[in-house]
Design a protein around this ligand. Structure first.
Ligand code: PRP
Length: 184
């Protein structure tokens, strides 16, 4: 499928990697498995990590059938560049008490693993019943600690945008995941 002609500030789309239909089907599968895993007594709290997870989160929670609440965190490690700075910053924190809650952290993509390696221990320190991760995309660059329990797709080693993912804040609104052309 071609997505030529879609342009951000200085880069343009190369090809669609995961189509809207393929993502929707996979989101339904993930939600079905998540719904079977948790019970109402678990007091599931689904926490979306912004900004990248905002579309995935909205689609996923509408397919999860076990009762749950939602919240968001804002973390950033990339700034406006394409390479992780290695330093994670929590720009907005949850005000919800995590004590005894089953926390499901929703990510758009695991790349270097820096974000999860920092964030999961931080959430664990707040006394939840459990912390699990559901990510739409996983680059599987190396063994991650922690490993997400739910993964939508293994991602190719390309710079991916769309369905929440950005390049310098562009392309988040695209309904599919696409790769970016290399800089000219
Ligand atoms: C991106 C993405 C993940 C993280 C993954 O966030 O949304 O949270 O990087 O990379 P890592 O595995 O190498 O840590 P970013 O900091 O770009 O913020 P955003 O969600 O606002 O795009």
């Amino acid at each position: 499928m071609s997505a030529s002609g879609i342009e951000g500030s200085d880069r343009s789309i190369e090809t669609v990697v995961f189509s809207e239909a393929r993502i929707a089907a996979r989101v339904r599968e993930l939600a079905r498995d998540i719904s079977r895993t948790y019970a109402p007594d678990d007091r599931l709290l689904v926490v979306g990590l912004l900004k990248g997870s905002f579309i995935f989160m909205a689609d996923l929670v509408r397919e999860i059938t076990v009762p749950h609440q939602i919240d968001f965190l804002v973390a950033s490690s990339y700034g406006s560049g394409t390479v992780t700075t290695g330093e994670v910053r929590l720009l907005y924190d949850s005000a919800i008490d995590l004590t005894g809650r089953a926390v499901l952290l929703v990510e758009d993509i695991v790349d270097s693993g820096t974000t999860l390696a920092w964030l999961c221990p931080e959430l664990e320190s707040r006394g939840p019943r459990s912390v699990e991760v559901c990510t739409l995309l996983h680059k599987r660059r190396e063994t991650q600690n922690p490993e997400p329990r739910w993964v939508g797709f293994d991602a190719p080693n390309a710079f991916l945008v769309g369905y929440g993912l950005d390049h310098a804040e562009d392309f988040r609104h695209l309904p599919y995941v696409a790769s970016l052309k290399s800089p000219a």
